[in-house]
Write a new protein. Structure first.
Length: 419
């Protein structure tokens, strides 16, 4: 990395955040040790990809975005555009495939996802064509000011008792403000989502309920889209979300044969898809994040009677790789000192101001409701650590073998495949 130079940001809390200049690979370092990749509006990113696809589908470009322009040149102007998000199908998996595989043969560039590098933040980054600071989907668990409690948003429940957020008076439009980008597409548009969650509040808010069609199997939905494109009388947009790489990785880890078989299966089906589509159709494939194995010795569990728990308003939000803490008023210094004493080797601890200053939630102004959800501190795992605050005697430890949400290349870098 000789010859590169860094932009140094001194934050209010005294942390020093160093980012490689945007024209370089944009490492984020702390104490000269590489932590990972910052999200960057100057590098290929999921938000710009969303803007490019929106532009192809007739949405007026709201901001000057040279990266979106580059994506649009790579994709072209196909009469029928098919866009696939393969959940968890990061560059770490693409690199395991043979050189002559469909994904590697048609890889046009590496893309950075939004942070946190998790499904919710990145699906909404695409669905809104905005950064997470704008729409507030910043983790699997999110502390909602309307409830003064933590919610598990994709199952749509209050975490502590699994009561439906609908029964508590909330709507998807309140929790995730904004309008789905695809509702402005000037094409016949359909979003194909697995039937297990095609009717969920999150899915309806993300895409617009009237555009969602459920399906059961990847091969089945590919055949349906091919038939739809071949018989269409007007330009179309078809989106498929496929979750299996993510599901299997979580369960058994990134190196397990079951995971690698799923990766190979997805690649083969995408190759078949490209062969079946007519010449006036374009296929674009990406992922919402990659995956990182978490070794048992770096899975940290904080028990319900731990002194740190007593300093929190509620259990941390976020996920196992990026945790957000809402600290009891007046206890910030005590919490930060104790947390760093015990876990500073494995986690960075940033204030909300640090997160905003470093543009981790995007370069745009972070909205007030997102700041409230961010809380007092955000812990970001170094390397392959994870943490969970256990809930009561019935709670479990860290049961996932692979996870995402952090800033490592394995989590942040995903393919953009065009065929």
């Amino acid at each position: 990395m000789n010859g590169e130079y860094r932009l140094v940001i001194s934050t209010k809390s005294g942390h020093t955040l160093r980012r490689w200049h945007p024209n370089c690979r944009n490492f984020w370092t702390e104490r000269r040790r590489v932590i990972g990749f910052c999200p960057s509006a100057d590098e290929p990113n999921l938000v710009s990809l969303a803007r490019a696809i929106g532009g192809i589908c007739g949405v007026a470009q709201r901001v000057d975005d040279p990266v979106a322009d580059r994506f649009r040149q790579l994709i072209g102007e196909p009469e029928h555009l098919v866009f696939v998000i393969a959940d968890g199908f990061g560059m770490n998996f693409v690199d395991t495939l043979p050189e002559d595989s469909f994904s590697r043969t048609n890889l046009v560039l590496e893309n950075r996802v939004a942070f946190p590098s998790s499904t919710g933040p990145n699906l909404f980054s695409f669905g809104r064509a905005e950064w997470p600071g704008q729409y507030g989907a910043i983790g699997w668990y999110v502390h909602l000011g309307e409830l003064n409690a933590r919610a598990t948003l994709f199952p749509w429940v209050r975490t502590k008792d699994d009561v439906s957020l609908t029964d508590l008076g909330l709507t998807g439009e309140v929790v995730w403000p904004g309008v789905p980008e695809s509702l402005g597409y000037k094409r016949d548009s359909v979003n194909y989502i697995p039937s297990l969650f095609s009717d969920s509040v999150a899915t309806g808010t993300l895409h617009g309920r009237e555009t969602v069609v459920g399906y059961e199997d990847l091969g089945e939905v590919i055949d349906r889209v091919v038939e739809r494109v071949r018989t269409a009388s007007q330009p179309t947009y078809s989106h498929i979300f496929w979750p299996r790489v993510d599901n299997v990785s979580h369960e058994v880890g990134t190196r397990h044969q079951d995971t690698l078989r799923e990766v190979a299966f997805v690649d083969a089906e995408l190759g078949r898809f490209a062969q079946l589509l007519p010449k006036n159709a374009g296929l674009v494939v990406t992922a919402d994040h990659g995956h990182l194995d978490m070794p048992e010795q770096r899975k940290f569990v904080v028990e319900p009677d731990d002194p740190l728990t007593a300093l929190l308003v509620d259990a941390p939000s976020g996920d196992e790789r990026t945790l957000m803490f809402h600290v009891v008023e007046g206890q910030n210094e005590k919490f930060a000192t104790e947390f760093m004493r015990r876990f500073g080797e494995h986690f960075l601890l940033l204030t909300a101001d640090d997160v905003v200053t470093a543009e981790l939630l995007g370069p745009d102004l972070v909205r007030d409701f997102t700041l409230a959800r961010l809380g007092t501190f955000k812990a970001i795992a170094r390397y392959d650590a994870g943490m969970k605050f256990r809930r009561g005697a019935e709670g479990t430890g860290l049961t996932l073998n692979a996870q995402h949400g952090g800033l490592t290349p394995a989590e942040m870098l995903v393919p953009v495949i065009v065929a």
